[in-house]
Write a protein that binds this ligand. Structure first.
Ligand code: IDP
Ligand code: MG
Length: 133
């Protein structure tokens, strides 16, 4: 089943100069880029996107981080796209991410873990509307 995922290359990924490398990783796997844009996110959009973390002590840090610089938003599509892309991204904590995943390759900290990817088809539908309205 073809599935779409909303992927965000976070401000740390953009600052590190690895936009191309991350996109190449997805392209080489065979995923299709349906949409792509560079933008700086607004606080309200990030608050909505990370509403499931609103009771966490690090919530404000996550918001501040996500608006700290430009990001690249993509809609990627492929067979079983949600789980394939989440596997390629790796665990939230890069220290626990499997070797070879994007977070294991490019990050050390949960707070700056380079990339977001939707965790379900339902979330992807909401997130695609949120970031590509
Ligand atoms: P995910 O990005 O792997 O789906 P979520 O639990 O949805 O992980 O959390 C969203 C984002 O919030 C993470 O990517 C990470 O940047 C940040 N985050 C999650 N847990 C922590 C934490 O324990 N400390 C700092 N930041 C965190
Ligand atoms: Mg998540």
């Amino acid at each position: 089943m073809l599935e779409q995922s909303l992927v965000i290359i976070k401000p740390d990924g953009v600052k590190k100069g690895i936009i191309g490398e991350i996109i190449t990783t997805f392209e080489k796997r065979g995923l299709t880029i349906k949409e792509m844009k560079m933008t700086t996110l607004e606080t309200d959009v990030v608050k909505e996107h990370y509403a499931h973390l609103s009771d966490k002590p690090f919530f404000q840090d996550v918001i501040d981080f996500m608006i700290s610089g430009p990001v690249v938003c993509l809609i990627l599509e492929g067979p079983s796209g949600i789980s394939v892309i989440r596997q390629m991204v790796g665990a939230t904590n890069p220290l626990e991410a499997a070797p070879g995943t994007i977070r294991a390759n490019f990050a050390f900290e949960s707070g700056s873990n380079v990339i977001h990817a939707s965790d379900s088809v339902e979330a992807a539908n909401d997130e695609i509307k949120r970031f590509f309205a």
